[in-house]
Design a protein around this ligand. Structure first.
Ligand code: GUN
Length: 283
């Protein structure tokens, strides 16, 4: 038996179709066009590809989109000034600073300058804190996309065991909190964890977010587990995830491909968060 494939491209297309309808209504009834500003600093190739994808997705659903491409020499003060301007710009409902930032720029400090109501990435300490408290907040896009994919399996995950591999602020930590919210028992493994394989073998749901190509082999996965692969690395000219897909798909019940799994969901959730920010203007 081979695993069912969780097709992030198809699911995200459905979500984007709904967003397009909502944007149409928002324009018609309130004269509001959701607007997203994306800031990228430096010349990290992969980050530029992600930002182009975000820009294209915004245009496709009818958002107003602005991209600021800044040189790697940009100072924190310059970045903060740009963010301050965007915080006061009524055409902009969401602001995203693409990570990682060049060395010498403090990511948390920069994110703390984005108005929490425009923080569509959910990285401001207020949104992070509210996520932890279970209060209303913007939820980081990749973790939201991962939960949406797990829900699409239709499997009952209550009380089951999730193992997250990776403890980044972008994916590992927030997805751990969200899985807890879904009443799962959560283990977060990381580079210092002893015997990762032992943890993995007990997992009903695996979320791989380590950024280490094919770290997780088929023989580390429990039969019928749900396997979500949020790792993406370029190996030669191929994109490779954290999971050895071919062997894992012989054991898992559901699995995401790389590319075409978590990636498109991240963008769909960014569009949803931006739409939510714009809708707040009509309340
Ligand atoms: N870099 C990798 N993923 C993300 C993300 O979701 N948001 C931002 N801002 N940067 C990223």
């Amino acid at each position: 038996m081979y695993a069912n494939i969780l097709d992030g491209r198809k699911i995200s297309q459905e979500i984007r179709k709904n967003i397009m309808d909502e944007v149409h209504k928002l324009k018609l009834n309130y004269g509001i066009t959701p607007g997203l500003s994306v800031i990228i600093v430096g010349d990290d190739e992969a980050s530029h590809v992600y930002v182009s994808m975000k820009e294209k997705a915004c245009k496709m659903v009818g958002f107003h989109s602005e991209v600021y491409k800044l040189p790697k020499e940009t100072t924190q003060d310059q970045l903060i000034k740009l963010i301050d301007g965007l915080n006061h710009n009524d055409k902009i409902h969401g602001i995203l600073v693409q990570l990682p930032l060049p060395e010498g720029i403090d990511e948390n400090l920069i994110n703390s300058h984005i108005l929490p109501s425009k923080d569509v990435d959910g990285f401001h300490a207020i949104n992070t804190g509210n996520l932890l408290l279970g209060e209303e907040s913007f939820i980081p896009c990749t973790p939201r996309g991962i939960i949406e994919l797990i829900k699409r399996t239709g499997e009952d995950i209550t009380g089951k065991h999730a193992v997250v591999v990776g403890r980044s602020n972008i994916v590992g930590k927030p997805v751990g909190v969200l899985l807890l919210r879904e009443n799962m028992t959560v283990t977060i493994c990381h580079s210092k964890t002893k015997n990762i394989e032992e943890h993995l073998r007990m997992a009903d749901v695996i979320v791989a977010a380590a950024g280490i190509p094919e770290l997780i082999k088929g023989n580390m996965i429990k039969k019928d587990a749900i396997v979500i692969d949020a790792g993406t690395r370029k190996v030669g000219d191929k994109l490779v995830g954290d999971v050895e897909f071919k062997e894992a798909s012989k054991v898992a019940s559901w699995i995401t491909p790389v590319p075409g799994g978590v990636g498109p969901m991240t963008i769909a959730m960014l569009l949803e968060n931006t739409l939510k920010a714009a809708k707040k203007k009509c309340e």
